[in-house]
Design a protein. Structure first.
Length: 336
């Protein structure tokens, strides 16, 4: 069960609640986030929750049977909306577009992508500065110098930055230069990293693992929330299969399932999901109709010369078209 404590609860009231929870045979885990103060109580004994709910200092109480509790929609039925500042909000009630290159390559590249995004009223730019690559000889990013340049140009143009963090030691040096930390598919079960991002308090975009199940994605998100960070977005980016005609299987089944199971925003990445430029637009539009709260995709002014993932990256003309069509599709979806 989840026990939400009143704000500023005196220590003696909290100790009494903990004592009562222990007396019924439950173990209480204390969680303090940006928004509230909770006790996540784990146990199997049946009892009348009013015994705890009536205690002084308790603001709310719910039974949640799933292993993931804090991110469950059975507890919080209202969807989470994540405010990135300057009027940029991700979650139900709006449709977020996040676009940019796979890798940050140069100052000119950033400036040209930013100009493209501004022309199309896109407020969030993606771009990797630390790149996990299958080959050790592939381009692995510009590191902190690239991130500082990325951040400076985006700040000058009122664009939010989302970029991948790969290890715990990078969080502190990156935190002042990002608006959203991205956890890539390869790190979706790096639990030390997830714990630390929970403590970091910056919004997190958590991608589904390469062959990860819905349950594993939700449990990964629970790690972040249980360490104090409620600002989490889930990202469906395709899962590996035996099929060789495209890069991954973009599991759009996951979108309505996740929307039913959790209150967190759900984002879809069609670039990694299918891995072929010609089909990214179709899958982006399908993601909108499936109920996604946003789409993140890759764009570059000359994809053929991109340092990484050029085969799945849209040029600016293709990007402008998909932006317009996604917005029209979202408007149509909301009119149903």
């Amino acid at each position: 069960m989840i026990i939400q404590l009143q704000q500023g609860i005196p220590a003696e009231l909290k100790e009494n609640i903990l004592k009562q929870v222990q007396e019924i045979g439950y173990k209480a885990n204390e969680v303090k986030t940006q928004e509230a103060h909770y006790l996540v109580a784990i146990g199997k004994k049946e009892f009348d929750i009013r015994r705890i709910g009536q205690l002084p200092g308790v603001a709310d109480i719910h039974r949640v049977s799933e292993e993931y509790k804090l991110i469950s929609r059975k507890w919080r039925v209202e969807p989470t909306r994540i405010d990135l500042g300057d009027g940029v909000v991700v979650g139900e009630g709006s449709f977020s577009i996040m676009a940019g290159p796979c890798s940050i390559e140069s100052e000119e590249q950033i400036e040209r992508v930013v100009a493209h995004l501004k022309e199309n009223n896109v407020k969030i730019m993606r771009g990797g500065v630390f790149k996990p690559r299958s080959s050790p000889y592939a381009f692995r990013g510009m590191g902190m110098d690239g991130l500082k340049m990325f951040h400076r140009i985006c700040r000058e143009n009122d664009i939010k930055v989302i970029t991948e963090v790969m290890q715990v030691s990078q969080i502190d040096e990156m935190i002042d230069y990002v608006d959203v930390f991205q956890v890539g598919a390869r790190n979706s079960q790096n639990f030390n990293l997830l714990d630390s991002l929970g403590e970091a308090q910056k919004p997190v975009l958590l991608k589904r693992g390469i062959s990860g199940t819905i349950e594993e994605l939700l449990q990964a998100a629970e790690y972040i929330f249980s360490h104090g960070n409620e600002k989490i977005m889930l990202c469906e980016r395709g899962i590996r299969s035996y099929e060789g005609a495209y890069r991954n299987v973009l599991d759009l089944n996951a979108v309505p399932v996740l929307k039913e199971k959790t209150h967190l925003p759900v984002i879809v990445d069609p670039s990694h999901g299918i891995g072929l430029r010609d089909y990214v637009e179709s899958m982006a539009l399908a993601a909108v109709m499936a109920g996604a709260d946003g789409v993140i995709y890759e764009t570059h002014y000359t994809p053929e010369k991109a340092f990484s993932d050029g085969q799945q990256t849209l040029n600016f003309q293709e990007s402008e078209r998909v932006i317009k069509r996604m917005r029209k599709t979202y408007t149509l979806r909301e009119s149903f």
